[in-house]
Write a protein that binds this ligand. Structure first.
Ligand code: MG
Length: 258
């Protein structure tokens, strides 16, 4: 099932997406599926007639994982870490499909990082590996946009990976998906710049959710970024970046400087 959050000019609503690419229809549901059972209203709208929003605004946080693909760790000049490398981004970093990525004035080197994102479905803490499927609502595409120069000079990653618009997610949440071996590609102005598979993660989704839940209580709607494959590189104002994940869809965002 694909769950989208959208607006037709009024307050955000949620819908279940059905139909082939280019012909999608949203079956509108009552309330927020994170907090209430899915209840169709009976209303349907064409996808082309609405604007998709970030499928969740994390209630408390985005948890990121650094260097979780060996080939990306190598291009950053090192080995993958022995344990997951965890960082946080604020929920104010999150934007949705087609929202602009605004290059921050304090950086001259902003990179795309296409990633699989996990959306948490229920409050949880100290989740054993075998219980992880119970706490995951589903998966979406993410771009862990990174001010690479600031990441190097700050040491801490908060500013480099947490500035406004640095975490586009979407286009929707797919609930019935095995995250174990999905193709992840990133395109910059239509040119493929990253092409990896989630099977190449150093730590898989169950390990990551379990690991971070030992440090943080996870809330419904919180997002876990799972790391990026090799091929990261700079984006400039005027470019368009797309993250596509097999079984989910395409997240596209323009890049601007203000
Ligand atoms: Mg990343």
């Amino acid at each position: 099932m694909r769950i989208a959050r959208f607006t037709d000019g009024e307050d955000p609503r949620f819908g279940v997406v059905e139909g082939a690419p280019g012909q999608e229809v949203l079956h509108v549901v009552t309330g927020d599926p994170l907090y209430a059972p899915l209840q169709p209203t009976g209303e349907t709208v064409q996808l082309e007639d609405v604007r998709l929003l970030a499928p969740t605004i994390p209630r408390s946080k985005v948890v990121g994982i650094g260097k979780n693909y060996a080939d990306h760790a190598a291009e950053m000049g090192g080995e993958p870490p022995a344990e997951p490398l965890v960082f946080l981004a604020p929920n104010t970093a999150v934007v949705g499909p087609d929202d602009p990525i605004v290059l921050p004035p304090f950086s001259a080197e902003v990179h795309y990082e296409g990633e699989l994102a996990v959306v948490i479905g229920r409050i949880c803490k100290d989740v054993p590996l075998e219980r992880v499927p119970d706490v995951v609502l589903g998966y979406t595409c993410a771009n862990d946009v990174t001010a690479r120069d600031v990441q190097r000079t700050d040491g801490q990653w908060a500013r480099a990976k947490g500035f406004d618009t640095s975490c586009p997610i979407g286009p929707w949440i797919v609930t019935d998906l095995d995250p174990g071996d999905l193709r992840v590609t990133t395109r910059l102005d239509g040119r493929t710049v990253q092409d990896g598979r989630t099977s190449d993660m150093v730590f898989g989704v169950p390990e990551l959710v379990s690991y971070v839940s030992r440090a943080f209580t996870l809330l419904p709607g919180d997002v876990l970024l799972t790391g990026t494959p090799a091929g990261v590189g700079p984006m400039d104002a005027g470019q368009r970046v797309e993250v596509e994940i097999e079984g989910i869809g395409v997240l596209a965002n323009p890049v601007v400087r203000r």
